[in-house]
Design a protein around this ligand. Structure first.
Ligand SMILES: Nc1nc2c([nH]c(=O)n2[C@H]2C[C@H](O)[C@@H](COP(=O)(O)OP(=O)(O)OP(=O)(O)O)O2)c(=O)[nH]1
Length: 136
């Protein structure tokens, strides 16, 4: 069975919010884009809005779906579904994570990521580079 998991690339002032999983979570201590498992009958966007409110106390709006990633961890397979998201309001209060950083694109490759996030980071960096060239 494939578990669908959403994750949010929340942008503000040219930085993206990334979170570090805690000691007690699967994929402990690794960095990820916050999000979580889709519940029955829930849309991807509704899942993201709910998870980001629960985990971080932030209000966001999903804007653009990026390319999903299939990843097997041991006997589990997930489909990780990324969305570019807009920050609306709220101050971060960590409910589950160990820590968070707002990172610039060029710093993203220096983190120890969950395996599934690596192609998403690559896609985001390619988009950021294109936007940079387009703005020159
Ligand atoms: N949220 C999130 N999970 C990720 C990412 N990358 C990645 O491999 N995962 C994996 C870790 C977990 O195996 C799974 C998501 O589980 P989770 O524990 O964060 O989701 P959840 O809060 O809905 O789970 P639960 O506590 O209700 O069981 O996806 C990512 O960028 N964001």
């Amino acid at each position: 069975m494939i578990t669908k998991v959403t994750c949010a690339l929340i942008e503000q002032y040219g930085r993206v919010l990334i979170t570090q999983r805690s000691e007690t979570m699967p994929q402990a201590m690794l960095w990820e884009f916050p999000g979580g498992k889709i519940e029955e009958g829930e849309t991807e966007e509704a899942c993201l809005v709910r998870e980001i409110q629960e985990e971080l106390n932030l209000s966001i709006t999903p804007l653009q779906r990026l390319t999903p990633v299939l990843q097997t961890y041991g006997d589990k397979t997930i489909e990780l579904i990324p969305y570019l998201c807009q920050y609306n309001s709220g101050a971060i209060r960590l409910a589950e994570h160990r820590s968070y950083h707002w990172v610039q694109p060029h710093d993203m490759t220096s983190y120890n990521w969950c395996q599934a996030d690596i192609p998403i980071v690559q896609e985001y960096l390619a988009m950021a580079a294109e936007q940079f060239l387009g703005n020159k």
